[in-house]
Design a protein around this ligand. Structure first.
Ligand code: ZN
Length: 669
């Protein structure tokens, strides 16, 4: 499974007419991160009822922020609060190098919702010493510190300092290294005192007997062993995270009262029921209603994606509120309207195709707020629900978030990336001319068709590919998009302007998969994140298979390596062949096939090439990761207290917003 397409790497940015006057996309930079702002075009034109709905859902989207911090590690909230107390109260030398490093560390902790890198999941290295930290904490009035039930300052420090400073403690949030105990070695807070074997046995038992419509076991709970007994602690009202979930429910109730229609009202009520009962069956009921709801305003709120759990059971809390971009949605409606044609004509074996592709509802949306695991780093496309049987029987919803891709694109303009990494001026021009539309188109195809295509053979379970499942699933969706973006059908349907535009996406994909995505990896490390593994798997595989005919080559000039495509037509054929093989692996649940292909092509990094790419990238001075501050929404009321409008503003800074959220939306102990 795994259905969120993470932010794409730098596209180098095409030139488009600038409609922005006083709005600045960049907010600030620190470490490997750039913070941007995004616009919410079209918000003012919504009806008052829709605006109120967005407002209430937005509040619900922020209230669960602490949940994600705690899911990512049991000390995260205490560490965040300690750092925030320093940031707001320290009376010592704030010009000292140690203090400056501490501020950067706090900004990174905010960004990652914890002390592990949001993407690489390894522990953030504080740029200041434990002695300095101790001294600063001890200088504060203890009443400002997050001391629990009579805890002393020394006890607080003893609890969090090793977690922050000892590189061997909780080194990795999500460990995917083959052969290790993935549960015991992962620092997330999804499991307590358990081994991988115990977890696999626990959920293996729950899966029996075979059930065609299984609930997503484990999705909304922490699994813990206490006194030798293994049991789930469920995240619900009255259970774990109750304080935050009660607030979410409270805003959802307000939202239900201004829903656009009865269908949407029942979606919100079903979600409330799930939060109140913790019953996974009610989560499926909600997901089915949600998939069918086509109202203008829409939202995600819950325990959704399972990338944070190396075994893929536990859902991290995430939220997003959005509304349909009516004009741009015409594009995705054309794609989904032709879904069956794409399925029928794909190069995969007939046995693995869906006879009837159901309800691929696709739309382009405008994000109004990002929350939980979508904030500050956010996906650019989402395809939900995740449960395979719901997707097959009831369809799924696929979205492309265009105000976010637009912000990425605008922020990347003129950054020199394309000139540095593309072989010649003609590739650079292709990118500047078509890069934005082909990149959006690839995302649409990936989300609307890729994830929704194909079927599993009878008896093959969702988790058959285990730790390789996410990378294979992402490869399947990417390949579907790569294969079809070059199809004459795209031009015939009016989705692309001509039969050369797709080459921009091919250049971008191959350059990214073979070279530039490596900028996200620390020297010496291999690839672990499923989307990155998928991209390298595809790029390396076609490079190797196409070598006899020199379809793609790594060309060197002046000590710089470039990915050069010599034959676009043959490259497309290779994408089709790989799609067919990846679909077979997925459909048959061929674990060793998945393991072999991912390990052979998607994991290892060539250290020399890696060093070269990092050096070239460093010269451009571009942050490899981006994230966003949210706009702020304010209710405007008249003298009687009646809401007359909702105002959106874009002036809040990064630290300002994080501190406001911590002050006004922090409910967990
Ligand atoms: Zn995906």
């Amino acid at each position: 499974m795994g259905t969120i397409l993470m932010e794409a790497c730098q596209s180098g940015g095409g030139q488009r007419s600038g409609e922005d006057e006083n709005f600045s996309y960049p907010v600030e930079r620190f470490a490997d991160v750039e913070i941007l702002r995004y616009r919410v075009p079209g918000f003012e034109a919504l009806s008052l009822q829709q605006k109120k709905l967005v407002y209430y859902l937005s509040q619900a989207a922020i209230e669960g922020r602490d949940i994600l911090f705690d899911q990512h590690g049991k000390h995260n909230l205490t560490i965040r609060r300690t750092l925030e107390a320093i940031y707001q109260n320290y009376a010592g030398d704030t010009a000292a190098a140690g203090y400056k490093a501490l501020v950067v560390y706090l900004k990174r902790v905010w960004f990652s919702s914890g002390i592990h890198h949001h993407y690489a999941t390894d522990k953030l290295a504080p740029g200041f010493s434990q002695a300095y930290f101790t001294e600063v904490v001890q200088s504060l009035d203890p009443s400002l510190l997050p001391l629990q039930d009579g805890q002393t300052v020394d006890e607080l420090l003893a609890a969090i300092a090793p977690v922050m400073f000892d590189p061997t403690v909780d080194a990795k949030r999500v460990n995917q290294a083959d052969g290790e105990d993935l549960i015991a070695t992962s620092a997330n807070n999804f499991y307590s005192s358990l081994t991988q074997k115990e977890v696999e046995r626990f959920y293996g038992e729950l899966k029996k007997p075979a059930n065609p419509t299984p609930v997503s076991h484990g999705l909304n709970s922490r699994l813990a062993k206490k006194d030798g007994k293994i049991a789930e602690e469920v995240w619900k009202v009255g259970g774990l995270y109750s304080e935050a979930i009660e607030k979410i429910v409270c805003w959802l109730e307000k939202a239900a009262s201004v829903a656009e229609n009865d269908g949407q009202k029942s979606v919100i009520e079903a979600l409330i029921k799930f939060y109140q009962t913790g019953d996974l069956k009610s989560f499926d009921d909600y997901s089915i209603l949600w998939a069918a709801d086509t109202s203008r305003v829409d939202f995600i709120n819950g325990f959704i994606e399972t990338y944070g759990d190396p075994l893929g059971y536990k859902g991290t809390w995430e939220a997003m509120v959005n509304f349909k971009n009516l004009e741009a949605t015409k594009r995705t409606e054309i794609i989904s309207g032709n879904a069956q044609w794409f399925e029928d004509n794909s190069p995969v074996d007939k046995r693995f195709k869906k006879e009837v592709v159901k309800g691929v509802s696709a739309k382009v949306i405008t994000a109004a707020i990002l929350g939980g695991d979508c904030y500050p780093a956010t996906p650019i496309g989402i395809n939900l629900p995740n449960a395979n049987w719901i997707r097959a029987l009831h369809g799924s919803k696929s979205v492309t978030i265009e105000n976010i891709t637009d912000a990425y694109d605008k922020a990347a303009q003129g950054n020199g990336f394309a000139q540095e990494f593309y072989w010649s001026q003609s590739e650079v021009e292709l990118m500047s001319k078509y890069g934005f539309i082909t990149s959006n188109m690839h995302t649409d195809l990936h989300e609307c068709l890729g994830h929704a295509s194909g079927k599993l053979m009878p008896g093959v379970g969702q988790g058959a590919l285990k730790a390789y499942g996410s990378a294979i699933e992402e490869a399947r969706a990417d390949l579907f998009g790569l294969y079809y973006i070059a199809d004459a059908k795209m031009v015939a349907l009016g989705l692309l302007p001509n039969d050369t535009a797709y080459k921009a996406e091919y250049n971008k994909f191959m350059t990214n998969g073979l070279l530039t995505q490596l900028v996200r990896i620390v020297p010496g490390n291999n690839l672990e994140e499923p989307h990155m593994r998928n991209r390298q798997l595809i790029a390396r595989w076609v490079l190797e298979k196409g070598a006899p005919e020199n379809v793609v080559e790594l060309k060197k000039q002046n000590g710089k390596t470039y990915a050069v495509i010599n034959d676009y037509g043959k490259l497309r054929t290779l994408f089709g062949e790989l799609l067919s093989e990846i679909q077979r692996i997925r459909s048959e649940g061929d674990y060793s096939g998945a393991k072999n292909i991912v390990e052979a092509y998607g994991v290892k990094v060539d250290p020399d090439l890696h060093g070269e790419i990092l050096a070239r990238y460093q010269k451009l001075n571009i942050a490899p990761y981006k994230g966003f501050v949210n706009p702020a929404y304010e209710l405007i009321t008249d003298q009687s207290g009646e809401v007359t409008d909702v105002k959106v503003t874009y002036s809040e800074g990064y630290a300002e917003q994080m501190l406001r959220y911590s002050k006004e939306h922090s409910w967990l102990k």
